[in-house]
Design a protein around this ligand. Structure first.
Ligand code: GTP
Ligand code: MG
Length: 621
């Protein structure tokens, strides 16, 4: 291959960076090479910050590899692309200029991706070109003269398949060679577009490929002005129906498993502090939250499958009009959509938005998008208060209410954004959203994604949720009631007292003191509100195993108005501290964060107040 230069790097660590257009498979290659599990999805703008990994080539060369956000050019205009430009040009404050640029292009999208490749080539840095997605190129009959391309570009070119385990073999071999010499830059006034056309004509059979692409056929349905929105609505609808319908048997199984496990552990223990800690603090707390694992996984199964399918940017395109009503552009769609899993990646994904005003408004309304940690609270209350009934023969009422809660949150987000932007249309560039290819989700990566989610959820339960619950258990058990006291012991405890102190503030919106207590640990993680309720009710109850019966207990003790008011609270309340912390990091302003917390609390209080009194007036007392 090419002549060797800079032999010193063959001894030490080679410092390389993956650079290329969005969605060409950089992170997939990064994960394959380094064994990491960074997020991969089929739309532009998934990676928004640089990630580092290390690996060793077959010949034992140590490589430090950077995965960078995708970019369309080196004249970046959004915060995520800034990182890529700065690293490539050696201007990054903490990251030295990489010795080797691994330029990734999608073989199926050369017309777009080659332009950035030619721009990178002008940097005069050692470079290897990876032609990724060769499997899809083969499927559509696209042929590329790799040797010819290598000669034309003056840099090594290797084919790759980012989603196959052996798909990086050629790249690994190329990395074992001495560093290639830097390419000779084209004359400064070269028309890069003309150059791309020339390369395509000479080295590929692109012009001879016939027939309408599958994407165009599908887009005629999915982007149709009438069918498009109807399909989108149907997809979301089915999604929420299945969250209840498919999860129920699994949840019942888990519930009985946890019940049995509890009995097994608790039976030999005498009554006392240890028994109460285990039964009311840990098993009641963790058990009530773990039961929601199936629902969370079903929701994520949908999210992961949709992310891989290529449908999401189409949905963004359909909703561009709705976004314009809010004064935003379709570019805010993906950050907002990511917030349905969790607001934290959603707020970070706002880095892909160029316009600072749009970026800020998107960050401010991201917490209104229903994150998955709210699901346990929603389904606990829906399970307790909404009858398990069918509407119109096929639709489950519970799934319908859940769909409604998500809908209300989205509409509120649109209204809030409209107020913040004062309805002034965004001057963000018109939505030039790249429509990725449609792709059947890969079962292995779906399984892996779900596994990761399950591990994350369970480790959250095992760490933050259990510790907060044990703390709450202690606060709810001590101090012990004075001798001769007549009320329930929890009334005399710290938590009981705190709950009673908070009551005057929250009584007007229908909350009882138990709910007030659960709101505090819920600030750290929303699911804890559920486990906290379980603990507070278990300690307040006289019968055994009160925790298994949280659902019937709530439906017996709370009014419908209280339950609906709490649901309304959770639609709006800024419950999770980590979200506020990320907001602070991304906006670099405490004032903005405090403002966001204040507006969300205000909204939550007002919504609960209205819901409570409206339900009471309609006879839901
Ligand atoms: N069929 C096929 N799909 C691939 C290949 N490499 C990546 N993908 C898919 O392409 C999509 C994009 O992959 P990513 O690795 O997230 O792309 P990226 O370049 O990191 O994207 P950004 O972070 O947005 O810049 C995902 O759906 C991957 O599963 C490949 O070689 N073949
Ligand atoms: Mg990426």
């Amino acid at each position: 291959m090419d002549a060797a230069v800079s032999p010193n790097t063959t001894m030490g660590v080679l410092h390389a960076a993956l650079v290329g257009n969005p969605n060409c498979g950089k992170t997939s290659l990064f994960n394959q090479l380094t064994g990491s599990r960074q997020k991969v999805a089929n739309y532009a703008g998934v990676t928004v910050e640089r990630k580092e990994g290390r690996f060793t080539t077959p010949q034992g060369r140590l490589v430090r590899l950077l995965d960078l956000p995708g970019a369309y050019s080196l004249s970046a205009t959004s915060p995520d692309e800034d990182v890529t430009r700065d690293v490539c040009m050696g201007r990054h404050p903490t990251e030295p200029r990489p010795e080797l640029i691994i330029c990734v292009v999608s073989a199926t999208n050369l017309r777009l991706h080659l332009r950035f490749l030619l721009e990178l080539r002008q940097l005069g840095q050692p470079m290897i070109v990876v032609l990724n997605m060769m499997d899809e190129a083969a499927q559509i009959g696209l042929k590329i003269d790799i040797d010819g391309l290598r000669e034309n570009l003056g840099v090594p070119v290797v084919p790759a398949i980012g989603v196959r385990r052996d798909g990086t073999a050629n790249l690994l071999r190329a990395l074992d060679n001495p560093l290639p010499p830097p390419p000779i830059p084209l004359p400064a006034n070269t028309d890069l577009h003309a150059e791309v056309r020339q390369i395509l004509a000479v080295y590929t059979n692109e012009a001879t490929l016939k027939g309408e692409a599958r994407a165009d056929r599908l887009d005629r349905w999915f982007l149709h002005p009438v069918w498009g929105p109807a399909i989108l609505l149907a997809v979301l609808f089915v999604m929420f129906q299945t969250v209840f319908a498919w999860a129920q048997p699994l949840m019942d199984g888990l519930q009985s498993g946890i019940g049995l496990f509890g009995q097994l552990i608790l039976k030999p223990l005498p009554d006392g502090i240890l028994h109460s800690l285990l039964a009311d603090g840990i098993i009641a707390g963790a058990g009530t939250v773990i039961v929601f694992l199936p629902q969370i996984l079903i929701l994520f199964l949908w999210i992961l499958a949709l992310e891989e399918s290529g449908y999401l940017p189409r949905a963004a395109f359909l909703l561009d009009r709705l976004m314009a009503t809010a004064g935003l552009s379709g570019r805010s769609f993906i950050p907002l959509l990511s917030s349905f899993a969790c607001a934290i990646p959603g707020i970070m994904a706002a880095r892909t938005i160029q316009n600072p005003r749009d970026r800020l408004v998107t960050i401010l309304i991201a917490p209104l998008m229903t994150c998955s940690a709210r699901l346990p609270v929603y389904t606990l209350l829906i399970g307790a208060f909404v009858p398990h009934r069918r509407v119109l023969g096929i639709l489950g009422l519970q799934g319908l209410v859940l769909f409604g809660l998500y809908g209300v949150a989205i509409i509120s987000g649109v209204i809030a954004a409209r107020i913040m932007t004062r309805g002034v249309k965004s001057d963000e560039h018109p939505l030039l959203l790249e429509l990725p290819p449609y792709r059947r989700p890969n079962l292995r990566s779906l399984g892996l994604g779900l596994w990761q989610r399950a591990v994350m959820f369970l480790s959250r339960v095992g760490t933050i949720i259990v510790s907060l619950n044990v703390l709450l258990w202690a606060l709810s058990s001590y101090p012990l009631p004075p001798p001769g006291a007549t009320g329930a012991p929890i009334d005399y405890s710290f938590a009981g007292r705190i709950g009673h102190w908070m009551l005057p503030i929250f009584a007007p919106i229908g909350f009882n003191w138990q709910i007030c207590v659960s709101l505090i640990p819920g600030l750290a993680a929303r699911e804890v509100a559920v486990s906290a309720l379980a603990t507070v009710y278990a300690l307040g109850a006289t019968e055994e195993n009160a925790a298994d019966k949280l659902t019937p207990l709530l439906s017996a003790q709370w009014s419908l108005a209280t339950a609906f008011a709490l649901l309304a609270w959770y639609v709006y309340a800024p419950q999770c501290i980590s979200t506020l912390a990320v907001m602070r990091r991304e906006t670099r302003s405490l004032k903005i964060v405090l403002g966001a917390a204040a507006y969300l609390f205000g909204l939550a209080y007002a919504a609960s107040f209205i819901t409570y009194h409206l339900t009471l007036a309609l006879g839901g007392g």
